[in-house]
Design a protein around this ligand. Sequence first.
Ligand code: GLY
Ligand code: MN
Length: 470
Amino acid sequence: MFSDRTYRDRRSQLIQTLRAAGERGLLLFLGNAESPCNYADNTYPFRQDSTFLYFFGIDHADFAALVDLDEGTTTVFADDLGIDAIVWMGPQPSVAELASRGGVDRTAAASALAEALVQARTLGRRIHTLPPYRTDNLQRLQELLDRRSVPEASVPFIRAVVEQRAVKSAEELAEIEAAVDLSVDMHLAAMRMVRPGMRESDVAAKVTELALASGAGLSFPVIATIHGETLHNHFHGNTLKSGDVFLLDCGAESRMHYAGDLSSTFPVDPTFTSRQRDIYTVVLNAHLAAVAKAGPGVPMREVHRTACRAIAEGMKGLGLMKGDLDAAVEAGAHALFFPCGTGHMMGLDVHDMEDLGEVYVGYEGQPKSTQFGLKSLRLARPLQPGFVFTVEPGVYFIPELVRRWKAEGRFTDYVNYDAVEGWLGTGGMRIEEDLTITETGARILGKGRPRTIGEVEAERSRQEGLDRRA
Ligand code: GLY
Ligand code: MN
């Protein structure tokens, strides 16, 4: 974890922001508990709540905290583990020790939290909460606040946390960049190993191995597929064959839980087919245009529009779209090939702070579009120095979507459906990098990896030193 000063400063900043906005009362932070997989003692890997990690640095289950906006005090609530737990889990740091590493010197038993909240309610003090995303914490919140329905989260609290976490400090950037570098290694290993006869699960296993061997983990479930047209395809059961194109979307999470998130597309053969080259070039041009557009003050909505325009232009060049491209993009016709957003914030979560609400994270509280494609853009607001986000345009041939739109006669002024039918089976391609905004522009994080066709094919020919199956 960072030094205790970091966590103290973060809490002070939060208190200052909320006080300046005229808020009073208590801020309630709930850490996560262990989450059972198929029975209570067989749990999913523990993952602390990211906001709890951000403000307290405590990476252990069953913690909560209260920050008193009026008094400026912080109390961490948890119970020291008894000898029964230590027999199974080994020696554990005390609650006081964990709190002190995060710069907190007031601790209390877990049961004292309910008492503190009863007292606050009796005095009519406001208790600010964040939206729970796990049912156990929802239930805990209802019990703590004596509510039957879902307690309404505090918008000022959400906004203050979002604004603070959105701007990454130098020490956070270093941590994210380490996660991105490891993610680059995972992608390079995959690019060098893939060939016909392998299974998708071989590649998924390799990238997972690299993440785990470094002592870190994955920032989200691996996408390693020859069916990249399914956006979040977590099936790894296909065997790769000559002529397929492989889409890898995976990232490492650093030991402090900062994410990397990269996508690569490469041929299963040593080189791309001519059709794959055509589509890859469209995606690369969209990616480069979007990266070039990003900078301080530029709304991410414009970065997205730039990517969409480049995709429409590329598809027109291939005879798959037609007509006035600005009008086509405005109407959403390009979403036939690019039905999602160009990027999302990244930090302690791979989709940073999505639990706090996309309208706050990506839209400054304004409503999102409901248009197909645009509605999946998670980040639209003006980019600021210190923001970290992804740029990940793609082109996807989704047969079901093409057939449905064709049958419905949608966008016939802009889409050459007969030509598109001939491309079904080309799959899906995406190129994703992680960027940060600086005072003067945007910087791609990490040590870099092949993106052009020449670079990707050169990397594909470097198969030495890795497992080679017959
Ligand atoms: N890399 C997974 C996602 O951005 O949704
Ligand atoms: Mn992503």
